[in-house]
Design a protein around this ligand. Structure first.
Ligand code: DGT
Ligand code: MG
Ligand code: MG
Ligand code: MG
Ligand code: MG
Length: 261
């Protein structure tokens, strides 16, 4: 194609290429979800519908982008890990983050009704995204541990906070609840939940306490033969969702395929 006199403007484009041979982590986070969750009356501190919708949207992203080997979600955020050898969009940062962020957002909206059957979206939610490169497996594991520890700390605080505020016999204002919890450690929050509200924190659903981890695992699935006359077992690399601990070694030892690619 003939060059036009305008084409020189391309020289102004700046492309950031993410470092080769590093784990690429893209974290997508809901924009102003403090407002979004309050305008849509989300249950406090956790709305299971929202967590399931987030997981569903993330699963769709993983089906679309095969180079994502692992994803971790909690609250209004999801972290996606691309295999270190990925050459997706020649590792151009803007292409990767903007495509994934947009894909996640459109799935969140497209599948909204599946999880919020009786609730209309009041306005279109949006998400932001950033990319970080982690050079070693340990750096990547520390990143994942950081997000899961964040989930735990916030969830314990929020569970105690909303128990105080929503206490029917002695409701506290948000300011009072904040003052009561100020300077309490985890043991004191656990104790408060148990003695005042009969809540055994460790018995609350794991999805609230530990978040959601999505990864690929070879799984046997039933399929019918081409002529439809009989059932056969096929192995497929399915995206599975778990809510267990990813800070300790057990998860990584049981799923060595995640870091080996
Ligand atoms: P940002 O990310 O800087 O645009 O601002 P926010 O408001 O999204 O803040 P962020 O991401 O630090 O915190 C997430 C907010 O979303 C926080 O206000 C709690 C809220 N949120 C997330 N999940 C739930 C939920 O399941 N239920 C309720 N009620 N709120 C939730
Ligand atoms: Mg944010
Ligand atoms: Mg947010
Ligand atoms: Mg957030
Ligand atoms: Mg184009």
């Amino acid at each position: 194609m003939a060059c036009s006199k305008y084409e020189y403007v391309k020289l102004f484009e700046q492309n950031i290429t993410l470092l080769p041979n590093t784990w690429l982590v893209v974290r997508v986070d809901g924009h102003s979800f403090h407002r979004f969750t309050s305008e849509h009356d989300f249950a406090k501190p956790n709305d299971i519908r929202s967590l399931q919708l987030m997981n569903y949207a993330a699963q769709r992203c993983m089906q679309e982008m095969q180079d994502i080997v692992l994803a971790y979600g909690q609250s209004d955020e999801f972290s996606f890990v691309f295999r270190r050898s990925t050459n997706l969009y020649k590792r151009r940062e803007a292409k990767i983050t903007s495509t994934l962020c947009s894909l996640f957002t459109s799935n969140f909206i497209f599948h909204w009704k599946r999880f919020f059957a009786d609730l209309e979206l009041k306005y279109p939610p949006s998400f932001d995204a950033r990319a970080v490169c982690y050079p070693t497996d340990q750096n990547l594991r520390d990143y994942m541990s950081w997000r899961q520890a964040d989930c735990h700390i916030n969830n314990l605080y929020n569970t105690a906070f909303w128990s105080l505020v929503q206490d029917t016999s002695n409701p506290r204002t948000e300011r009072e609840a904040q003052a009561i919890l100020k300077d309490t450690d985890s043991a004191a929050k656990n104790e408060l939940l148990f003695t005042q509200y009969g809540i055994n924190y460790n018995k609350l659903p794991e999805i609230f306490r530990k978040g959601s981890t999505l990864f690929r695992r070879l799984s046997e699935v039933a399929a019918s033969t081409r002529d439809g006359t009989s059932e056969v077992k096929r192995t497929k690399n399915l995206v599975v969702v778990e809510h267990g601990d990813i800070i300790g070694d057990k998860f990584w030892q049981e799923n060595p395929q995640i870091l080996s690619i």
